[in-house]
Ligand binder design. Structure first.
Ligand SMILES: Nc1nc2c(c(=O)[nH]1)N(C=O)[C@@H](CNc1ccc(C(=O)N[C@@H](CCC(=O)O)C(=O)O)cc1)CN2
Ligand SMILES: Nc1ncnc2c1ncn2[C@@H]1O[C@H](COP(=O)(O)OP(=O)(O)OP(=O)(O)O)[C@@H](O)[C@H]1O
Length: 215
């Protein structure tokens, strides 16, 4: 948009490299233990809320392992959606999944929902869950988030806004993170999706009202 774009992209690249190293540096057993604490907070929150459906992710690399959250949501009878990457389009399709057996490795080697008929008929309109749990490399307390740099979550939010405008209740966006991933400020572009809340092993944080994604 403006001459500020290039420095922002460079800042994001730098932060991405730095935060990848920090996250990768957490020992696997520490990651597993912190992840289960985060999932417990998230499940407690889910039980208090009336959220009937959620979008989660299947972890890869050194991401926070949200599989206990997914399994817990199944036990609670909440609908769990998982994404499939459509790499050519830079978009994701979302599918309800009820067991681990319904997954198969997809783009980037991430486990993704098997769709019944591989006839290229991805659903055009994305289902809108009540809650979106978002992975990331870095987050800030204003709700800023840094991902791997392909904009999949940003585009998903834009697509929901386009499909439904303000007709539907917008999902609550929740970043799941190790507290080590919190930074003072993530550089944010105009199209970047903000989180409403963050959950770390230390607990639940509400982010700034004015950054609510659907404002
Ligand atoms: N577990 C999980 N699932 C997810 C995401 C995620 O962040 N975590 N996504 C969230 O978006 C989507 C996948 N996004 C991805 C985006 C980029 C790369 C990746 O490998 N990027 C290269 C750099 C590519 C380039 O610059 O051309 C890299 O990191 O080395 C992987 C996944 C959908 N599913
Ligand atoms: N709504 C959108 N429409 C078109 N392009 C977009 C949109 N949102 C983001 N992009 C593009 O996608 C790329 C991703 O940018 P960004 O660095 O913000 O990704 P990210 O949020 O870190 O990644 P991810 O969501 O994949 O984890 C940029 O090139 C950006 O221009």
């Amino acid at each position: 948009m403006t001459g500020n774009r290039a420095p922002l992209a460079a800042l994001k690249r730098e932060l991405r490299a730095e935060r990848t190293a920090v996250r990768d540096g957490l020992a696997a057993d520490v990651r597993a233990s912190l992840s289960s604490q985060v999932c417990s907070h998230a499940l407690e929150w889910l039980q208090k809320e009336k959220a009937a459906s959620l979008l989660a992710y299947v972890p890869f690399r050194s991401e926070l392992d949200c599989r206990p959250l997914i399994a817990g949501a199944w036990v609670l009878g909440r609908g769990v959606l998982l994404p499939r990457v459509i790499a050519e389009a830079g978009t994701m399709s979302l599918h309800t999944v009820g067991s681990w057996e319904e997954l198969t490795p997809g783009a980037y080697g991430i486990l993704e929902p098997l769709i019944p008929e591989e006839n290229g008929q991805e659903r055009k309109v994305l289902p809108v869950p009540d809650v979106v749990f978002v992975p990331g490399l870095a987050f800030d307390r204003q709700g800023g988030r840094l991902g791997y740099g392909k904009g999949y979550y940003d585009r998903m939010q834009a697509s929901w806004k386009q499909d439904s405008g303000f007709a539907l209740k917008p999902p609550v966006w929740i970043g799941l993170a190790f507290s080590q991933q919190l930074v003072p400020e993530v550089p944010m572009d105009g199209h970047d999706a903000y989180m409403d809340m963050l959950i770390t092993e230390e607990g639940i944080f509400h982010c700034r009202e004015e950054n609510k994604p659907w404002n």
